[in-house]
Structure formats: C-alpha cells, structure tokens
Design a protein around this ligand. Structure first.
Ligand SMILES: [Zn+2]
Length: 119
C-alpha cells in the first residue's frame, strides 16, 4: 500500500509540473493567436488608410481629417502588435522576428522563416 501511495504521490507531482508547463504553452499560444489577430487588424487599418488616401487623391475634399484618424488607428494597432511580440519574447525567452513574427532561435543571425537579419 505504501508503494502505491508513493507512486500515486509521484504521479501527482508529475501531473502538476506537466500542468504548469501546459499553462505556459497555453499562455504563449494564446498570445500568438492574439498577435496574429492584431496583425490582421493592422493590415485592415493599413488598407483603410490606403483607401482614404486614394479618396484624397481622387477628389480632394475634406478627407484629410479622416486620414489623420486612420493614421492614429494604424499607430494604435502597431503598438498592439509590438506589445504582444514583446510579451511572447518575455515568456519564451526567445526573440520574435520583427518582419514576419516567427520565433527566433537563440543566437541566430537571421530569421529562419523570412531570412531577415536579426538585430
Ligand atoms: Zn522573419
């Protein structure tokens, strides 16, 4: 019975540490999901800015004020993306490529995903 209890205790310990690891993985996974969502919002904001710019050029009226709001919106999304990348970097201890958002291998000089030079 004692050995059974000991085995049970050991199994519980392994389970607890596995759960802790899983929590970290889930947090990073959640952040990566948020990052890709933030990136797609950023794309949409850029797109909206592009359309507004087109309208400004097309028939110049009072669209410059609207364009300014769109620039601020892009800035907002850019900082969201930046913050999420930083948080992922903090949690994983690894850098994230500033170009494509892929996780960087420690000590790597170039991104293995897009080939951009790592600063
Ligand atoms: Zn990259």
């Amino acid at each position: 019975m004692d050995t059974f209890d000991a085995a049970l205790q050991k199994a519980k310990g392994l389970f607890d540490s596995a759960c802790k690891k899983t929590d970290e993985v889930v947090n990073v996974g959640k952040l990566k999901f948020e990052l890709s969502s933030a990136e797609s919002k950023l794309e949409k904001a850029f797109c909206a800015l592009g359309k507004a710019q087109y309208n400004v050029l097309k028939d110049k009226e009072d669209l410059e004020i609207e364009a300014k709001a769109l620039v601020l919106d892009v800035n907002d999304k850019l900082s969201d993306v930046e913050n999420l990348r930083n948080e992922i970097t903090k949690l994983t201890g690894k850098g994230v490529c500033g170009e494509c958002g892929a996780a960087l291998t420690n000590g790597a000089a170039f991104c293995s995903s897009c080939g951009k030079k790592v600063k």
